[in-house]
Design a protein around this ligand. Structure first.
Ligand code: ATP
Ligand code: MG
Length: 615
């Protein structure tokens, strides 16, 4: 990804704020009103003490007029409840605006978090397989849950309170300066001290927060691995080892948080001490000024109220700034996902100079030309592989484990990209790198070696490529071809049986056959079955192949297997050996060749009923 398309922290925040900005802006407007209303209360008290209960002269014409309208000094002295009522009404209005603030803020926050989740999900879906291999699932989930939550809280709570505090400081200082400039300086001088202290602290602990987040990610990754691999853990008696692994990680994580909390506590305590000092100074100096007659009693009370009103929010400001470090780290962790290079970018780049090439709904010739590939960029696991698959033919691929069979198919499906100069894969004569990935993957159906079923019914899993409610006729027909129907009808709920997490667990063979049925239902022009019949018995294997031949019609079929019987009827068979094409030809040709294929044939077929197999 170019530097220009990478989002900075601020750009990331603004990007997610689209759609919720106006709600937060309304919240800020409400804060403005509330802060102003809050400032009027002490003013009323001051006025009451000095001009109604006391006999200070009224210099302001506005205050004089207000007093006249309210019935005059004498009247109010005997009807003090009117002043109390005025304070009550003010508090009620402020309460209502506070309520509106909450509503607007929640609207903004919920829209913001929804947008973040949606955007991240879409982004993660478009990130290459390589990216997913590099990043732990637990860590990705943590970024999409707790980091998203941290950012939401920061923007909707902390940042909003930052605005609130700024407004409050602005109004507070205005009213305090109106009472006594010198006292206001004493009070105000502490504000930058608290802010600077917080900023200093925030820089100091930013690294520790990042570390803590990473440790939490590691902890969730261990938990997540243990949940998904619960059977392996039990089967290999690894419980104690896993418990220790989790305990050690948890211990380290806890120790880190205890240390972090120690620093945070020290910061908060010292921050509170500075604020206490400020309140004490203002109280003492205010009393002195009052005794000296520089300010009235009412002004002293009002000033103390304003100072008290500001002391907590200023302390909060310190916390908000220190929380910025947490939010900043979370934004960086989300930016890591958002700035990762999507598969689509590569497509766009490769298509920039050429118009999109549409794939037809019928098979095309496929060719691998001098293909070499390495996962780690160091040693190749595929070496100079070349072969052709004519449209509508069946190709069999045989090879020892790790010889690169699956890799070839993953390359054809562009789940991994071929590097420049490392050969070309063509469909209908066009380099697959020029094709839209989405279209390519519609064109090629791949039944992976390890089938994965989604949480849902068997019917939903089979009809996954079709939108809307599954067409039961199509589902059953696909299941029959995959020799799955007879097993499914025996389930109590038949095709409505729930599978996947918290559902019925299908046997390995049933899972494979469900994946095969899914592919048949999708009916793509090219069908790849990567060792998809390994978990079914030879007889079922034969039946499925027989059915496939009848139903796949003109589709190109690629069969990968360790079993010669699965492949022997293919039009062409490739024998892979450590990433190289060792032999290729039809079954008969390969038998005559007397090479690896013949050797495997002799091992597998020796003693077996050859006539039965040849059916
Ligand atoms: N994601 C990966 N990252 C790094 N190396 C990989 C990855 N997947 C496979 N390999 C390596 O590439 C080589 C070829 O693997 P591949 O899965 O293509 O073999 P295969 O012929 O399909 O084997 P099998 O018959 O066991 O399925 C192996 O050495 C394997 O260790
Ligand atoms: Mg494989």
């Amino acid at each position: 990804m170019s530097d220009r398309s990478r989002m900075s922290r601020m750009q990331t925040i603004l990007y997610f704020l689209r759609g919720s900005k106006k709600w937060f802006a309304l919240g800020v407007v409400c804060s403005l009103f509330v802060a102003f209303l809050d400032m009027i209360g002490p003013k009323i008290v001051q006025f009451t003490v000095d001009h109604i209960l006391g006999s200070e002269e009224i210099t302001s014409t506005m205050a004089g007029n207000a007093l006249r309208i309210a019935g005059g000094r004498e009247y109010l002295r005997t009807h003090l409840y009117i002043i109390a009522l005025a304070v009550l009404v003010l508090a009620l209005i402020a309460g209502m605006i506070r309520y509106l603030y909450r509503v607007f803020n929640s609207m903004g926050a919920e829209r913001l978090i929804k947008r973040m989740r949606d955007e991240l999900f879409v982004k993660i879906q478009h990130l290459p397989v390589r990216w997913h291999e590099k990043n732990h699932t637990g860590d990705i989930i943590q970024r999409c849950t707790s980091d998203v939550e941290t950012i939401k809280n920061f923007l909707s709570e902390q940042l909003m309170s930052l605005f609130r505090v700024m407004i409050l400081i602005g109004f507070g200082m205005y009213f305090m300066i109106g009472i006594s400039g010198r006292l206001a300086v004493v009070s105000g001088v502490f504000i930058p001290i608290v802010i600077l202290y917080s900023v200093f602290f925030h820089f100091k602990i930013a690294g520790a927060f990042l570390h803590a987040d990473e440790e939490e990610g590691r902890l969730s990754a261990i938990a997540q691995e243990n949940l998904t691999g619960v059977r392996v853990v039990r089967a290999f008696g690894r419980e104690q080892y896993e418990r220790k692994r989790f305990k050690d990680q948890n211990e380290g994580y806890t120790r880190m948080w205890i240390r972090l909390m120690g620093w945070l506590s020290a910061f908060w305590c010292s921050n509170d001490f500075i604020t206490g000092l400020q309140i004490m100074l203002v109280t003492v100096l205010g009393a002195v000024f009052c005794v000296q007659g520089k300010i009235t009693v009412g002004e002293y009370i009002a000033f103390s109220s304003y100072n008290g009103m500001l002391s907590w929010p200023v302390r909060e400001l310190g916390r908000v700034i220190s929380d910025m470090s947490k939010a900043g780290i979370s934004v960086d962790r989300i930016r890591y996902i958002m700035n990762s290079e999507c598969e689509d970018d590569v497509i766009k780049q490769s298509l920039a100079s050429e118009s999109a090439f549409g794939l037809p709904d019928k098979p095309l010739d496929i060719s691998f030309e001098h293909v070499s590939f390495s996962y780690d960029g160091i040693s190749d696991c595929i070496h100079d592989v070349s072969f052709n698959i004519p449209a509508g033919s069946t190709l069999g691929i045989l090879g020892t484990t790790g010889s690169g069979k699956s890799t070839l198919m993953l390359l054809l499906d562009r789940l991994y990209e071929l590097k420049d100069g490392k050969g070309t894969i063509r469909i209908g004569g066009r380099d697959i790198r020029e094709l839209d990935r989405h279209e390519l993957r519609r064109f090629i159906g791949l039944v992976l070696q390890e089938p994965f079923l989604f949480s849902g019914t068997i019917a939903e899993n089979i009809a996954i490529t079709k939108e809307g409610t599954p067409d039961m006729e199509m589902v059953r027909s696909a299941a029959k071809t995959a020799a799955l129907d007879e097993a499914v009808v025996k389930f109590n709920d038949g095709y409505e049986t729930y599978v996947g997490e918290r559902g019925v667990t299908l046997s390995g063979g049933q899972k494979q056959r469900t994946a095969i049925a899914r592919e048949i239902a999708a009916d793509p022009p090219v069908m790849i079955f990567d060792d998809s019949l390994s978990a079914v018995d030879t007889e079922t294997d034969m039946r499925i192949r027989h059915n496939l031949k009848e139903t796949t019609g003109g589709s190109t079929v690629i069969l990968i297997s360790h079993r010669i019987t699965t492949l022997m009827q293919a039009d062409n068979i490739i024998v892979l050996d450590r990433g190289r094409v060792a032999e290729q030809g039809s079954h008969e040709e390969l038998l005559k060749h007397n090479g690896i294929y013949r050797h495997i044939y002799d091992i597998q077929i020796a003693g077996a009923d050859k006539d039965f197999i040849r059916q």
